[in-house]
Unconditional design. Structure first.
Length: 340
């Protein structure tokens, strides 16, 4: 991707790197059940675990108790939330607005990748400061695009905050862990990212490249767009009403975020001329590498489609491509699509 030192870095970044997060977390006031007039706070043990990625019996018991306290069916962790149930009627889902594509700006002769510490003549303060700078510039590009898009259909885009952290951190949605990968918390409008995930993306998932990293950020920002449009709230209602179809509903939401990240890539290149040859291929490679089928095969040696929560590699590539090729939000209606 084309960036240089003159490109804007977003100010909506909270840098918690080096602060540490502790080993036990409590859910904020939005979680937990009230007992005797006071809210019960439930500590969650943190740990990466080992083996093939499964849970021990002790861990399952602990999680089951936590889910019971929160009002969920503990059996759903064993069934994956799936089961023989038809999908709900999505006709009442909020519609993706139609927007005009921005006019292509004139070429400015290209740009440069982010300079290294050696290029600047001094070493960075931290080993990952270059990645942090890149992340802030990608976030700034998401702000450029989505502010413009929301204005086109008469809405104001509320810019989210991106939190950089190491290992573990507190969030309004509970404990955030690097092992979870990047994630969006709709309760505080924040995207959480441990920069070590970029290295994991390259080494573990074999998806290198700066645009692969940008795709990950754009996907999480896509979830923020879904919240602002009322889609996230509607999805939560549907998942509560149709618990046996919760995984299938979630897959459609994740694929829509993939599609929105593709829309962003298209519009961002028209506004800011960021893409270089091979960038989209990097994004498609990343979308394929983190498909549910690929991850399940890597972790357990076999695939359980009913347990998918993000979609298969083929589905993720398809929906990112739909968004990128069209540059239009309305093509991202995964909820009413007959085929994912």
């Amino acid at each position: 991707m084309r960036y240089d030192e003159q490109d804007r870095e977003s100010r909506n970044v909270e840098d918690r790197r080096g602060q540490g997060g502790g080993g036990m977390f409590r859910f904020p006031g939005g979680f937990g059940r009230s007992r005797g007039g006071r809210r019960v706070q439930i500590p969650i043990p943190i740990g990466r675990g080992g083996g093939r990625g499964g849970f021990s019996i002790t861990t399952l018991i602990i999680i089951g108790v936590i889910m019971w306290f929160l009002g969920f069916n503990p059996l759903s962790i064993l069934t994956g939330g799936g089961g023989p149930a038809g999908l709900p009627d999505f006709n009442q889902m909020p519609q993706m607005p139609r927007v005009d594509r921005p006019e292509r700006q004139a070429q400015d002769g290209g740009g440069l990748r982010i300079p290294t510490g050696a290029d600047r003549g001094s070493a960075p303060a931290r080993p990952d400061d270059e990645l942090a700078s890149f992340t802030k510039k990608v976030l700034a590009d998401t702000e450029d695009v989505w502010n413009r898009v929301f204005r086109q259909f008469g809405r104001q885009y509320k810019e989210p905050t991106l939190v950089l952290y190491d290992g573990v951190t507190r969030t309004a949605c509970g404990p955030g862990q690097a092992a979870m990968g990047p994630f969006y918390c709709p309760l505080d409008d924040k995207v959480y990212l441990d920069l070590g995930f970029y290295r994991e993306l390259q080494q573990k998932f074999r998806a290198p490249g700066d645009f692969a990293q940008a795709y990950v950020i754009a996907h999480e920002i896509g979830h923020h767009v879904q919240k602002l449009l009322g889609i996230a709230d509607r999805v939560m209602e549907l998942k509560q009403r149709y618990p046996n179809a919760a995984n299938q509903i979630q897959v459609r939401m994740e694929l829509q975020a993939d599609c929105l990240s593709g829309v962003w890539a298209n519009l961002n290149d028209q506004l800011n001329k960021r893409l270089e040859p091979g960038d989209i291929r990097e994004g498609l490679n990343a979308a394929s590498a983190i498909g549910d089928d690929m991850i399940q095969r890597r972790q357990q040696g076999y695939i359980v489609p009913d347990a998918f929560t993000h979609g298969s590699s083929e589905q993720r590539v398809r929906w990112f491509s739909k968004g990128y090729e069209s540059g239009r939000m309305e093509v991202c209606d995964t909820f009413n699509a007959r085929e994912l």
